[in-house]
Design a protein around this ligand. Sequence first.
Ligand code: 13P
Length: 254
Amino acid sequence: MNKHRIPVIAGNWKMYKTRDEALQFIYAVNQEMPSRDEVETVICANDVLLRDLVKRQGESLKIGAQNMHFAENGAFTGETSPLVLETTGVAYVIIGHSERRAMFNETDETVNLKVHSAIKHDLTPIVCVGESLEIREAGTTNEVVKNQIIKAYANLNDKDALSTIVAYEPIWAIGTGKTATPEQAEETIKAIRDVLASLYGEVASKIRILYGGSVNAKNIDALLAKENIDGALVGGASLDVSSYLTLVKAALNK
Ligand code: 13P
């Protein structure tokens, strides 16, 4: 981490938690949230829960969505409008998570459309990129991930790029308990920052880049110790109050 960038600990609850469980979690963590100047905390929850969670989010913890359509409205049965997210008070949205790319036909092109649309609607996009195990083993990770970034950021200006957050999530590390080593994560995240620098110059040094993939209370410190890793996008370990708070405190102590 670098002290010029405020760290981000973002939870991605995926399709977990009932309304009662979600409300209990928010109530419990709100008591212990540090100020947003020290660490940005976000929980990305199921759409149906967003309105209730936004109402109870408190001063520090903010609520995000896990996906959205790029269009404001239209005949898109079952999709979520960015305008509805914005007017619900949602602050962040995950874009291009590998589960959506793999199972719901998300492409680099739709990711780019969604990034533009999220910014237009005052939502901070958490833009996900990451490689499969085959790509890692073939040794082309950095090339593939850089290409995902170039496509995701197509036609985005400096000011808008600055309002994005990147999440590097190697697919083989998600939900597997097999975290990338801090060195592997740092190497690819540095490559991401370099490609952002080729697009945006100095601005790249201000964009937060997170690591995601089996992050937990045991490995967070070593990950955050790396210069270019500005926080984490966390699945499983964000479901439990004390484990989420441990991650937040780790970011706070850096
Ligand atoms: P896990 O932390 O459960 O591996 O999930 C990572 C993830 O996909 C966050 O978006």
